[in-house]
Design a protein around this ligand. Structure first.
Ligand code: URA
Length: 217
């Protein structure tokens, strides 16, 4: 049985103040954060970026070198492929909000440590609360294991939605994994296409609408 991380299972979406204002406040808090040693080596904090009203929030692991330099998530090669994958769902970067489990780059891109996750993830929880997305797309093992509180690997979990009450968790392979292992591309592209079908935004849907309309005329 898949369980959701307790801090996310009980989440109450915000009401009242605008999502944009709440996200700006969270970003300012993250920029000033010195809760763990990762603050010593960062060029920029990478709080996350995108549409404050997004129906889809994507969660990666942690900023890499390019993200640390620019202060934005997924701006390197994996990000370029992620933009392409969003297209399979009929989405653009303007439609979604992209964040990471950690807001600062771990040295040499090492794995995040438990204490860093514990100290940093209140920011992520507050972002989910501010945005109130329909889908949390967890990219890769790291984000998926964290949100779903599971030791099961992404290979067995990808493309299988898990309902979490207020939102649905939708695990996919990490886009970077498909850069090193091209055999993962078909699964990633199919999972993003299926996400678009669920949202009613996919190109396949649009193609069906056109076909339906021409049948009717
Ligand atoms: N990989 C991640 O997990 N996050 C980024 O922002 C970039 C690469």
């Amino acid at each position: 049985m898949t369980q959701i991380n307790d801090h996310f299972a009980t989440i109450a979406f915000h009401e009242g103040e605008s999502s944009e204002a709440l996200l700006a406040d969270i970003a300012a808090q993250a920029a000033a954060c010195r809760r763990c040693a990762l603050c010593e080596g960062r060029t920029n904090v990478v709080p996350g970026f995108g549409n404050p009203e997004a129906r889809v929030m994507l969660i990666g692991e942690a900023p890499g070198k390019n993200e640390d330099l620019q202060g934005r998530p997924f701006v390197g090669a994996a990000g370029k492929y992620l933009t392409e994958l969003l297209g399979y769902a009929g989405l653009t970067r303007d439609d979604v909000f992209i964040a990471n489990v950690l807001k600062c780059r771990p040295p040499s891109n090492r794995n995040p440590r438990p204490e860093e996750i514990e100290l940093c993830t209140p920011f992520l929880r507050d972002q989910v609360r501010a945005i109130g997305p329909e889908y949390l797309v967890t990219m890769g093992n790291f984000a998926t294991k964290f949100i779903l509180k599971t030791e099961q690997g992404i290979t067995g979990l990808h493309g299988k939605p898990v309902s979490a009450g207020r939102f649905t968790v939708y695990p996919v392979f990490h886009p970077a994994a498909a850069i090193y292992d091209r055999s993962k591309r078909a699964a990633l592209e199919a999972d993003f296409t299926a996400l678009g079908m669920r949202l009613g935004t996919s190109r396949a849907d649009a193609a069906c609408d056109v076909a339906d309309a021409s049948e009717r005329s």
